[in-house]
Write a protein that binds this ligand. Structure first.
Ligand code: SAH
Length: 374
């Protein structure tokens, strides 16, 4: 994390419109792909060839798709693989093993993704919306409001870009495989449910229909949109659910996570527990540690009691996030001693608890820092 961030300036922004993002292979289900082939006047296996390039070989350049008939190549690629993400800026930290990319979308909207390589895995943190409408006061993205939902393919393409960077050895450590996806970039994934589920389906589908990632290695993080959490439990895709709780009591959570005025702590935690019960997946509780705001020892005790009310069979894990300080914000990071005491109290009540590492904080790539300030 001590490395000097490197700036690689690339492209400028375009005017913003109201049109939808162009349709892309990654937006299409298997049936829709067959229809797309027919539309193009091509046999169905043509689309399968393109899918193999995109999902299995992580290739997006039509010129490299030499198994497509040369005279139709550009038409096929143009219809199925329009460029969705244009890099504006790439920042590196942690000796290149953390890489943040600022992307411009077709209409000029800006989003960010962060690739993090660890000894045993590589994780991409993706955005699901340009901006965010949830207005959490401690989060950089929350300050600018929502611009628009991203399409399924705009979400998937961030993952394909990260997977390609790993496969091509662009991240120090040699060629490797992207293993994990976290929806912890910009946006509230459960507020863009349909596109997010579509993206998850493409990620878990085996190649060449998708990226063949394991559902358990995909984490969907939410402020707690209760009806959507319930719906997610019925999809039959056991992704890991992370709930951004940040306070165990309604009085404080109403301030920190304003949607709490619609869905209370009790309703939200109950929905998380139901998710754990239905999927047999342990739920993560995210708790950003804010000095003298939510980090008191009594709140640790209350948090443990709130979670233990649903049973002690290890259904939940608490992830304490050292607050990433956002410039101009009144919220500051907890003292180490208070964080340690918080951990101790949770563990004393039997709650599995860890402190999240803060990769990329020096390039504003850590949780809650993504703001696409341009
Ligand atoms: N909308 C989703 C994804 C947001 S980002 C959600 O709220 O869960 C993922 C996590 O980063 C969330 O838990 C979010 O609350 C947290 N976060 C936001 N701002 C932060 C900050 N300044 N420091 C640390 N974590 C932050």
């Amino acid at each position: 994390m001590s490395d000097e961030p490197k700036t690689l300036p690339l492209v400028l922004s375009a005017p913003r419109g109201r049109a939808k993002p162009p349709r892309h292979l990654a937006d299409l289900s298997a049936e829709e792909r067959t229809a797309a082939a027919a539309e193009l006047g091509e046999p169905a296996f043509r689309v399968k060839q393109v899918a193999r390039h995109y999902f299995a070989r992580l290739e997006r350049d039509p010129a490299a798709m030499t198994d497509l008939p040369a005279k139709n190549r550009d038409a096929i690629a143009g219809a199925l693989l329009p460029q969705l993400l244009t890099p504006v800026r790439v920042l590196e930290a942690d000796r290149g093993t953390t890489r943040k990319t600022l992307w411009r979308l077709f209409d000029g909207a800006l989003v960010e993704s962060v690739l993090m390589r660890y000894p045993d895995r590589a994780t991409i943190c993706v955005s699901s919306q340009a901006g965010c409408g949830m207005a959490c006061p401690f989060c950089a993205t929350g300050q600018g409001g929502l611009q628009r939902n991203m399409s399924t393919a705009e979400i998937v393409d961030q993952v394909v870009d990260g997977a390609a960077a790993m496969a091509r050895g662009l991240v120090p450590g040699g060629p490797g495989r992207l293993s994990n996806v976290v929806f912890m970039g910009m946006g509230e994934p459960m507020a863009n449910y349909k596109a997010v589920i579509g993206a998850v389906r493409r990620m878990v589908a085996p190649a060449p229909d998708g990226l063949g990632l394991s559902a358990r290695n995909i984490t969907v993080s939410t402020v707690g949109l209760v009806p959507r959490m319930r719906q997610l439990a019925t999809e039959g895709i056991p992704v890991t659910l992370a709930l951004s709780l940040h306070a165990p009591d309604d009085e404080l959570r109403n301030e920190l996570v304003p949607i709490n005025t619609r869905f209370s702590v009790a309703e939200t935690v109950e929905a998380a527990w139901e998710y754990a019960k239905a999927t047999k997946r342990r739920v993560s509780i995210e708790y950003a540690m804010m000095r003298d705001i939510n980090d008191q020892a009594w709140r640790a005790d209350l948090l443990a009691d709130v979670l233990n009310a649903y049973g002690d069979w290890g259904w939940v894990h608490v992830n304490l996030i050292p607050l990433n300080e956002v410039p101009g914000s009144q919220f500051t990071r907890s003292r180490d001693g208070d964080t340690d005491e918080f951990v101790r109290r949770l563990q004393a009540k039997g709650i599995s608890t860890t402190i999240r590492d803060t990769r990329g904080s020096d390039i504003d790539a850590a949780c809650g820092q993504l703001a696409a300030a341009e």
